[in-house]
Design a protein around this ligand. Structure first.
Ligand SMILES: *Cc1c(COP(=O)(O)O)cnc(C)c1O
Length: 455
């Protein structure tokens, strides 16, 4: 008889992880280095120091230290909302009639509503340690802005959030949450920066874009004393902070004797997926596991499945260092979709290398299918998921039904990255059956690829 698995796989305070897992240290084929866009030489700590905090840069460039201790000042904050629940989906298994075991890690229980707080806390702590007094960032869907606002309130830093104008209008409660935690929210483009003014002059009626908001936030950080910029995904130090997700799961699974066969995560810039899989991928790279790892992306923004593996800018204004990644091209503007957190043209460089080397598989789904899965999950498991997270739910259900067909008793594990409380207008559209799907044509993709820099 195998051990009884409770509905929640608890960890005691002593069992909580005290380190992050640096996946790159376990890779033979490391991700290609970031390049300085002017010299095309690998970016140095010096190149990055005007924009980012010191420790984040050190972590960004560290591809050899396997386990990185989490400072006490961050552990203290993590203890306020971690461990995130690791749940055995008994209700879902029963409803699907599958022989598979299904587990999920629920990162949406903190007030900001997603996993993003794990890196927000770390980045705010390091900024304070550097003696900075303020930070800037951008937010699209609003989850990252909410997380940074919470973290800055805790560590005592001022924060300016450039929120894509259309999102600030469509998600007034996200805006209110960010302001409640004390951050200054500026709809972007704005006339507080040269980048914003330029765009407003060229396109007076624009709704804004993530690329533009990034440019404004970087400009403001560089021009303000004791201020730096923080980013919520894509970069390797963000993935490192998110490894707390996977390490907690690994400790709990080992305690209960569970070994996942299939691990599934949604992929926007790659931070939650990279964090979720970190210790499991580490074992896979060492030949100790043959778990299947699946990234799920929106059909409207298919970086892995239809993108190119090439050096590209991280932002539309072409100001960041060049990153070798699967990308749609920095000029690709994904069609409007409700999973705003997945509307990014590129993908983290570590995950891109692992996908290129066939350690990760990728799938796409359209948003009506995603909401079918989201609503099913909400009714059965009781948790209202974020549209982004529902990409992973969709594929977990597919895999569980495949087990039902074949009779195989696999262990399926997915990341539930956030709650859908702030996405009710999307659920309203779904309920009213006015939601549409958009799959870009090859021609639309070619337009995006045309923006790739010639390196
Ligand atoms: C931002 C976000 C994502 C996607 O970002 P990654 O960096 O790819 O993890 C997924 N889910 C939620 C709820 C988010 O807020």
């Amino acid at each position: 008889m195998s051990k009884h698995i409770p509905s929640r796989l608890y960890l005691s305070e002593e069992e909580l992880p005290k380190y992050w897992y640096n996946l790159r240290a376990f890779m033979k084929n490391k991700p290609a280095p970031m390049l300085h866009p002017g010299t095309l030489k690998p970016a140095t700590a010096d190149d990055l120091s005007a924009v980012f905090c010191k420790e984040c840069i050190r972590q960004e460039l560290d591809e050899t230290t396997e386990l990185i201790p989490i400072p006490d000042g961050i552990l203290e904050f993590y203890r306020a909302y971690r461990p995130a629940p690791l749940i055995r989906a008994y209700f879902l298994e029963k409803a699907l009639g599958t022989p598979a075991e299904i587990y999920y890690k629920h990162e949406g229980t903190n007030t900001s509503g997603s996993h993003k707080l794990n890196s927000a806390a770390a980045q705010a702590f390091y900024a304070k340690q550097d003696g900075l007094t303020s930070l800037t960032t951008e937010t699209g869907a609003g989850q990252w802005g909410s997380a940074m606002a919470m973290a800055c309130a805790f560590y005592g830093l001022d924060l300016t959030v450039y929120m894509v104008k259309i999102s600030a209008e469509q998600k007034p409660y996200r805006k209110a949450l960010i302001e409640t935690y004390g951050a200054t929210l500026i709809p972007s483009p704005s006339n507080t920066t040269e980048a914003g003014k330029k765009i407003l002059e060229k396109m007076p009626g624009t709704n804004g874009s993530l690329g533009c908001a990034i440019s404004e936030a970087i400009e403001k950080a560089v021009k303000t004393e004791k201020c730096r910029y923080v980013l919520g995904s894509v970069l390797n130090h963000v993935l490192l902070h998110q490894s707390i997700i996977g390490v907690e799961c690994k400790i709990a699974f080992d305690k209960y004797g569970v070994k996942p066969d299939i691990i599934i995560g949604c992929a926007g810039g790659g931070s939650n997926l990279g964090g979720l899989i970190a210790p499991f991928m580490g074992e896979k790279l060492q030949g100790k596991s043959d778990a299947k790892i699946i990234a799920v992306e929106p059909a409207s923004c298919p970086s892995f499945t239809r993108g190119k593996f090439a050096y590209d800018f991280g932002d539309t204004a072409q100001t960041t260092p060049l990153i070798k990644m699967y990308t749609m091209g920095n000029g690709y503007i994904p069609p409007a979709a409700h999973a705003g957190g997945l509307r990014y043209h590129g993908m983290n460089s570590t995950l891109s290398q692992l996908y290129h080397d066939k350690f990760i598989e990728a799938r796409t789904a359209v948003q009506t299918e995603i909401f079918d899965a989201a609503v099913k999950f909400a009714k059965i498991e009781g948790i209202l998921p974020a549209p982004e997270s529902s990409h992973a739910i969709k594929v977990a259900i597919d895999e569980a039904l495949e087990c039902k067909r074949t009779g195989e008793k696999k262990t399926i594990f997915f990341g539930l990255t956030g709650t859908g409380y702030f996405d009710m207008s999307a659920y309203m559209q779904y309920n009213a059956k006015t939601m549409s799907d958009h799959i870009p044509t090859d021609e639309e993709l070619e337009n995006g690829f045309a923006s790739l820099p010639k390196v």
